[in-house]
Ligand binder design. Structure first.
Ligand SMILES: C[S@@+](CC[C@H](N)C(=O)[O-])C[C@H]1O[C@@H](n2cnc3c(N)ncnc32)[C@H](O)[C@@H]1O
Length: 270
């Protein structure tokens, strides 16, 4: 892929950050920590089973599937899955991983518009992806329009909206992150991101600013998402939880610290 010298597209930026050999598990609490991972896998199974009991089948669109860590669980639960990816190396990985499976379709969504034209869909699943999309509300709105009656929407592992979080919550979260970066020998990247955020200066040619879009900025607005989904589904539940990169701080924080992250499940599309 050629990278334009000036303003790269979101697809190019995603690809720089999720290129060949990218390790999706490194620094991903929802993959590394069994409490978060197991709960998410359980939620995916429940979602597929409930949708099948309502609509007789479950065609899931999994947005930004990475290397397909959760695609396997959707398939095991009985779904047919269309996976989308902006990063071409990840698309190639998904194609090679699932090329024998007739229940998987891989879409290279270079500009984020192909997903919004897929369908009809029984469910949409977004794992650790909404915070990578600048207009995540617009994207979710379009995706929900593709979901049939009785269908469902699930997202997981997005940072809670910063302005609603307490000082204590923000400070525990940041300190846990810096300790983890320190352990990784990458304190510089953590500090640089933090400084840019303090100065309110973002560079839309830098993947560090654009790919972790809402981590660098203000998190993801869980209430705006809930308000957007409420008219379209019988139930919408926001599920906040503590999530951090370090295993030890994950175990401590789950018991003692305020939530940093949320999942959201909407059932029974009306
Ligand atoms: C943090 S990774 C999560 C991958 C996977 N869902 C997981 O949990 O292992 C986010 C992924 O979303 C992809 N992505 C970001 N925006 C996207 C979009 N609008 N459409 C498709 N993929 C997107 C990126 O290329 C990246 O691979």
């Amino acid at each position: 892929m050629t990278i334009s010298p000036e303003k790269p597209s979101m697809g190019e930026l995603q690809e720089r950050d999720h290129g060949i050999g990218h390790d999706y598990a490194k620094g991903s609490p929802h993959i590394r920590h069994h409490t978060i991972r197991d709960r998410l896998i359980g939620d995916l199974h429940v979602l597929v089973q409930e949708v099948i009991s309502r609509t007789g089948q479950c065609h899931v669109l999994e947005l930004g599937a990475g290397h397909g860590t959760f695609t396997d669980h959707l398939l095991a639960a009985g779904a047919r899955v269309t996976v989308t990816e902006m990063s071409e190396p990840s698309v190639r990985f998904l194609q090679s991983r699932f090329h024998h499976n007739p229940n998987v379709t891989v879409l290279h969504d270079k500009d984020g518009t192909a997903a919004c034209q897929a369908g009809p869909l029984d469910a949409v699943v977004c794992v650790s992806v909404l915070h990578h999309i600048p207009d995540y509300l617009g994207t979710v709105k379009q995706l929900v329009e593709r979901i049939v009656s009785g269908g469902a929407f699930l997202s997981a592992q997005d940072p809670l909206w910063y302005p609603r979080r307490s000082r204590l919550s923000m400070s525990l979260d940041r300190n846990a992150y810096f300790l983890w970066r320190l352990g990784q020998g990458q304190l510089g990247r953590g500090l640089a991101t933090r400084l840019r955020r303090l100065r309110g200066v973002y560079d839309d040619a830098k993947e560090a600013d654009m790919v972790e879009y809402h981590v660098v900025r203000d998190g993801v607005d869980e209430e705006a998402l809930r308000d957007l989904l409420a008219p379209a589904f019988a139930t919408v539940e926001v599920r906040p939880y503590w999530s951090t990169q370090s295993g030890l701080l994950q175990a401590v924080g789950e018991r003692l610290f305020p939530p940093t992250t949320f999942g959201l499940v909407a059932t029974e599309r009306v």
